[in-house]
Design a protein around this ligand. Sequence first.
Ligand code: ZN
Length: 378
Amino acid sequence: MKYNSPRIKVLNKQNILKLIHDNHPISRAEISEITDLTPSSVTRLTKELIDEGYVKERGTIGKNSPGRRRTLLDLNKDASISLVFDLGVNVTTFGLGYFNGKVSLSGSFETPRRPEDFFAKVEEIYLRLKKEYRITRISLSIPGMVNMLENRILLAPNLCWQDVLINDLLDVDVPVLADNEANLSMMAEKYHSKDLKEVKEAVFIVIREGVGTGVLLDGKIYRGSSFTAGEAGHMTVDIHSDKKCHCSNKGCWELVTSINWAIENYRGELQGKNAIEKFASLKKKTGNKKFFEEFAKNIAVGIVNIVNVLNPQLIILGGEVQDLGEYFFNSIESEVKRRALRDAVKQLKIRPTIFETVSSNLVGAAILAIEDIIEKVK
Ligand SMILES: [Zn+2]
């Protein structure tokens, strides 16, 4: 790429918008200090960002010393709105993602079995909501592997979807983005969590009908050479197992860690018409501490493998297990510390995701849209 002057200007502008994004509210003087750009360049570029509606001025600091009064720049949360979908194996939820990384929930529907029917539903919702909101992106969280260059769902094992080319099935007038749900969850945590400001190696584990992991290495999501990295749910933890996995292998970690394991192995009645509802009813029952401790041990076995390979500082658990309480997380942590390499767990922390009402991957889908918007700023 040729770095001529207009190109450098665009890169500086993108840099400033990213900086405002990560540190808002922020003053022009601070931007100038961090970026090494002259105050006049910062003034010119931030004016463009204000005129284009991405940024707005908000209050001042240093009121008592007029000479040092600084106007703060903040994000305009309505600058760009994305329509975000959390494609679940049983239920899909959707909402609106704002430019400040927040998401408001709009609704949910039973996930159709055929990709054609699912994307017809997505289109219908988009056409309905675009009358009300200035939607500039559709962003999808997928429970499987996604080739982001081709917008192709390579494999969503628990839906039995393979090689689904999204743009063939969804013909809309805005860009469509998609990524794996665990990657998006990791992105959401990186964007919103305080303890991830310094941490550069972390893994987000989504436990639902399947199990996926989002891997953060050197501060970036690691997707692998062909977008299949982080499929830790399909690492073999039992070489003698005869139980077949959706991925066609046997003995996968997912088979003893997904909520389906808990439902199948629980001795008692569970209410609900799908796995998520049944697991929710299991969580509400009392006297299951021993059962959940066994479940925690299954989860810990996979975490030991992840920790021994990647040596992260932080493991985050999300999906359907995040609200299982302190004893559950303590059980996982003590088992991991007992089994993993001593030096691999020295700094390790294991915690639930910070997202409670809106799922981490739905927030991540909004972040994916924001990153795309910043990348396309001219
Ligand atoms: Zn598998």
